[in-house]
Design a protein around this ligand. Structure first.
Ligand code: HEC
Length: 178
């Protein structure tokens, strides 16, 4: 297990150039910063369709972008995984953008274990800006579609059911049934 985590961490480091993963409470962890999200628009993406989520606002242009696939047969996403969920209506600066990042270790131990939540937006040059992050990110913006704002992303992504699937809810992305 430790060895697998180490290999995963080394892979992250090699894919990401010179930046080494940082330690978090003595365990291997990946702490995402703005550069880690840049160019997500070119990552492999899954069309989420008009899936009635009961969570995020629906719309025809919804995508999940992932920086690395879940390992075949694994029930967990590796530390270092970034899933960006967009609702692409209007100009990119208007898109609603959420992200879950597998930070690893004991982060968010009582909720969506290992995952940190983000609210992002794109600036006029198409660069990603982090507007909120953490266990319960609040943007403070007047946003009528602010899924999770104040309520907390763990409300849905940290349930016992969601945790059975590594906190990932979309049927297109969640690990197979146990
Ligand atoms: C009311 C329930 C609910 C809340 C609160 C919620 N989500 Fe979700 N989320 C869902 C559902 C359902 C899906 C899968 C269907 C979809 O994409 O609409 C999903 C999908 C996602 C995905 C794509 C990967 C996956 O798990 O399927 C990301 C990333 C995501 N949410 C991030 C967030 C973040 C960040 C927050 C908090 C700011 C948040 N969510 C709050 C219900 C919720």
């Amino acid at each position: 297990m430790r060895r697998a985590a180490l290999i995963a961490a080394l892979l992250v480091a090699s894919c990401r150039g010179s930046r080494a993963p940082r330690a978090d409470a003595g365990e291997q962890a990946f702490i995402a910063f703005t550069p880690d999200f840049q160019g997500f628009q070119r990552w492999p993406r899954t069309h989420l369709g008009r899936f009635s989520s009961g969570g995020h606002l629906e719309g025809p242009q919804q995508y999940a972008y992932i920086n690395r696939p879940r390992r075949e047969g694994s029930r967990l996403y590796d530390t270092g995984t970034i899933i960006v969920r967009t609702r692409e209506r209007g100009a990119p600066t208007e898109w609603q953008i959420f992200a879950s990042v597998k930070r690893g270790g004991s982060y968010n131990a009582r909720g969506n274990v290992g995952w940190e939540f983000f609210r992002l937006r794109l600036d006029a040059q198409g660069r990603v800006v982090i507007i909120a992050r953490g266990l319960n990110p609040r943007t403070g913006l007047e946003d009528p579609y602010a899924t999770g704002e104040g309520v907390g992303c763990n409300t849905c992504h940290g349930t016992t059911d969601a945790r059975t699937y590594d906190g990932v809810i979309s049927p297109m992305l969640r690990p197979p049934d146990p």
